[in-house]
Design a protein around this ligand. Structure first.
Ligand SMILES: NC(=O)c1ccc[n+]([C@@H]2O[C@H](COP(=O)([O-])OP(=O)(O)OC[C@H]3O[C@@H](n4cnc5c(N)ncnc54)[C@H](O)[C@@H]3O)[C@@H](O)[C@H]2O)c1
Length: 414
């Protein structure tokens, strides 16, 4: 695949700024909101200090069971931003010796981990995730992973292996999918799997949003090959991001695989770059997935100005089910069910609490999300590769080929 692509980061990512009061948090001491004592606090390293990394560091801290003890980003300015973010919500700050930059900063962070860090949160471009997750598990750390877990099949398989290794080492490995963490979604899925809409026939899994990386377009137009420009605008780069289908639409694809309890057997699709000014991601995708039993799920994805919505809907012989990221989950037909709510923050908080419980209670290291997170990412890769090749692609063939993507990042600082 040729290289290049991005979330509603500006709207949805709440870039940090302003006074503590403006973001609704107070300066937190080691004993914090949920009453955790320092001994039950997880010392966390944030890897990827961009918008999600900074937003999440506030949520982790606000939950009370975490202290951000280290951070790593390729770019120095991002680690400074992270420290400024922490300055309004946490005392003590991240010690200067625990702030790392450059590509090799990640290894230096792991070298300093023993006795200083319990867990890493990987919140940087997904291209780096599989290798960084494997190294963290090897170093004996608990691992939090943003979605998607990778950009290619070998990377996803490596995440499954890292999840198993973590289980063997009694370490937590959690992939942050918000629908799966939301109690109302869990209830609806139980009902649907129990027959609430009858026999499922078909569905749709859509991600129709704007481009969260628009601010990097001009720089990338001027210097399309500069590796640092590509890294800042990674969401416009199909290899660093996995393309929009993998990087964003994976949320909705994950719902389909969750409800259906299966991965797709094949996909076909069409797509193109219609409006984007730079990078090599498509901004339009139309994919048809075939699941076991002939169940078909269509997927529409777009990433340019103007809304559309993020949702998954499945139609059965006795009704239909839908879940919308920002508003509600519902079942209509012989069974009626509806719960409202935006799961962006609440779903993430559930995962933050679950991760804390796994680490502190040390009772359940099954790490199921490593496998389903990897399989849902692979389902997205299937749709992407079928579309970009303009040929039907089966799951079996995709796994047999196991194509590895190379972002060709020569020139980045070590
Ligand atoms: N709802 C969700 O689950 C959700 C929402 C938004 C983003 N995300 C995910 O979070 C991740 C980050 O997204 P973002 O919006 O914060 O992007 P971002 O560009 O704002 O931040 C990413 C950061 O990673 C840094 N980085 C790049 N290469 C690195 C490397 N090799 N090591 C360490 N840091 C590196 C970048 O410099 C940047 O600061 C993505 O995987 C994205 O899909 C998930």
């Amino acid at each position: 695949m040729s290289t290049s692509f991005p979330d509603n980061r500006v709207g949805r990512r709440h870039v940090v700024g302003g006074a503590a009061a403006a973001v609704g948090v107070t300066l937190l001491r080691p004993e914090t909101v949920r009453g955790f004592q320092a001994s039950s606090q997880i010392r966390l390293a944030i890897v990827g200090c961009g918008s999600r990394g900074q937003w999440l560091s506030k949520l982790f801290t606000k939950q009370g069971g975490y202290r951000v003890a280290a951070c790593h980003d390729y770019f120095l300015d991002r680690t400074i931003d992270m420290n400024n973010t922490m300055a309004i919500i946490q005392a003590p700050l991240i010690d200067e010796s625990m702030r790392f930059t450059g590509l090799s900063g990640y290894r230096r962070l792991l070298d300093k981990a023993p006795g200083a860090i319990d867990a890493v949160a990987l919140i940087n471009p997904p291209y780096f995730r599989p290798a960084q997750a494997a190294l963290a598990v090897e170093a004996g750390l608990h691992v939090w992973c943003a979605k998607p877990v990778g950009v290619d099949v070998p990377g996803c398989l490596s995440i499954i292996e890292s999840g198993k290794q973590a289980t063997m080492k009694r370490k937590a490995f959690l992939v942050d999918f918000q629908y799966r963490a939301n109690p109302a979604d869990q209830e609806a899925v139980r009902l649907v799997q129990g027959g609430a809409i009858g026999k499922i026939v078909c569905g749709e899994a859509n991600f129709l949003g704007g481009c969260p990386f628009g601010r990097y377009v001009d720089a990338l137009k001027k210097s399309p090959k500069d590796p640092e420009v590509r890294l800042r605008g990674w969401g416009l780069d199909a290899v660093l991001s996995g393309d929009i289908l993998v990087e964003q639409n994976v949320h909705q694809i994950d719902v389909a695989t969750w409800v259906l309890g299966a991965v797709p057997v094949a996909a076909i699709g069409r797509g193109r770059t219609a409006l984007r000014g730079a990078g090599d991601c498509y901004d339009v995708y139309h994919v048809i997935y075939e699941f076991p039993g002939g169940v078909t799920v269509s997927l529409d994805a777009k990433q340019f100005d103007g809304g559309g919505g993020f949702f998954c809907r499945l139609y059965g012989s006795e009704g239909w089910y839908e879940t919308h990221y920002s508003s509600h989950v519902a079942i209509e037909g012989k069974t009626k069910f509806r719960k409202n709510g935006d799961i962006g923050e609440s779903g993430t908080l559930k995962n933050i609490e679950a991760f804390h419980d796994i680490v502190i209670q040390a009772s359940d290291f099954a790490n199921a999300s490593a496998e389903y997170g990897a399989k849902s990412t692979m389902a997205a890769i299937l749709g992407r590769d079928a579309t970009r090749s303009r040929k039907e692609l089966t799951w079996e063939e995709m796994v047999r080929k196991s194509e590895r993507l190379d972002a060709k990042l020569d020139g980045l600082k070590d």
